[in-house]
Ligand binder design. Structure first.
Ligand SMILES: Cc1ncc(COP(=O)(O)O)c(C=O)c1O
Length: 373
């Protein structure tokens, strides 16, 4: 290839840090102790609830722990099955496993890479207690169909919205449909504080149970420091919450930037034959955290060779997740999940760090256009 490497690293992900984040972090350091040790955490939880349109939130050290908290709060246990997408970061499935319940991995919708409602129906047994879905890379899952199935079969619904803060389904924020939803503030997410997560619900009973579980089951009922149930130390650091708060307050701006990056990609790549671009569906609004493509025909180079050449040119793109059902910790999978297999083999997520400009994206597109001839 004749094109020279880019003079700077084109990062896959990374946050937009302004003076606001700096100010909030400094405020957290200077003022977030003594009687204010919980101030930024509470403000983060309240601001998040208000933005999303939910009643209750608990900020956690990370989204993995928020997901475990959700599973534990819903009472999942050994002998239970949870229908779970096969396409995600492993945190989604391990959160189920931590309770002793079993994830039953099912296929995804090829247009959104989110759990396929038809596949959920095929996986339901007498042991099924819940559905765990992911709003994959910011694309909303088909919540109407999923909630209908859940109601009919009396199943709980957990929305893993780790990358999807700011996305909407039929005009309503994702994370407001299921019994519980969880979001991530990890460094590669749209609103980032390095590590961090948040669990939300509209159900007061679930909130109260989750609150106890997230703080070591401490009730102080018989004595100070008394605990009435086995709990976990899952709460966020107040200082981290200060940084996350600044990002949450800027979410509309952060989503606008991601959508702009996506539109630059879309305009340059949309006419490449055999290349599918994952776009928001009718009635959906995506935050496009990770703009993604699928190689739908045989190009001269394999997907992994393409990623390698991008890397040589200072561009960090990512392959699709391997199907979790293939991981050695799980028993033989019940379903093959061919759509998830295609994304595992031929999917690419493109760089969309908040510091990218049009020139950076044009460079990525110029290389891809060359490679996908
Ligand atoms: C779909 C999904 N679920 C859960 C997580 C876990 O988030 P955290 O890193 O905050 O624990 C991630 C993080 O990448 C994710 O992408």
């Amino acid at each position: 290839m004749k094109i020279k490497p880019y003079p700077k690293k084109i990062s896959f992900a990374g946050p937009s840090i302004t003076q606001k984040e700096v100010n909030y972090a400094i405020d957290g350091v200077k003022n977030g102790f003594y009687e204010n040790y919980f101030y930024h955490t509470k403000k983060l939880e309240n601001t998040f609830c208000k933005y999303l349109g939910v009643k209750y939130a608990i900020a956690t050290h990370c989204c993995t722990l928020a997901l475990h908290l959700a599973c534990a709060t819903l009472g999942l246990k050994k002998g239970d099955e949870v229908v779970c997408t096969d396409f995600s970061w492993i945190a989604t499935a391990y959160a189920i496993v931590y309770t002793g319940a079993k994830p039953v991995f099912v296929d995804i919708d090829p247009d959104t890479w989110c759990i396929d409602p038809k596949a959920i129906l095929k996986a339901i047994t007498a042991k099924t207690k819940a559905i765990m879905l992911v709003h994959s890379f910011g694309q909303p899952a088909e919540m109407d169909k999923i909630m209908k199935i859940a109601q009919k079969h009396n199943l709980k619904v957990i929305e893993d919205a780790a990358p999807a803060f700011g996305s909407k389904y039929k005009g309503k924020n994702v994370g407001t449909f299921g019994d519980i939803a969880c979001f991530s503030f990890q460094g590669a997410k749209i609103a980032a504080s390095g590590e961090g997560g948040i669990m939300v619900t509209n159900n007061k009973k679930l909130y109260e149970k989750a609150l106890l579980l997230s703080s070591m089951g401490r009730t102080d009922s018989q004595a100070v420091f008394w605990s009435d149930m086995i709990g976990y130390q899952y709460t966020i650091a107040n200082l981290t919450a200060a940084l996350a708060l600044a990002q949450v307050e800027r979410i509309d701006q952060l989503v606008a930037k991601k959508r702009q990056i996506f539109s630059w990609y879309y305009d340059r790549l949309k006419n490449i034959p055999g290349l599918k671009i994952i776009t928001e569906q009718q009635n959906s609004f995506s935050n496009y955290t990770y703009p993604s493509i699928l190689l739908q025909k045989k190009f001269g180079l394999s997907r992994d060779s393409i990623l390698k050449i991008l890397k040589e040119h200072n561009i960090h793109a990512r392959p699709g997740f391997p199907r979790m059902s293939r991981f050695p910790v799980f028993a033989k999978p019940r379903f093959k999940n061919p759509e998830a297999e295609k994304v595992e083999k031929y999917g690419i997520s493109l760089p969309a760090a908040a510091n990218l400009n049009k020139r950076d994206v044009d460079f990525v597109c110029a290389i891809l256009t060359e490679l996908l001839k």
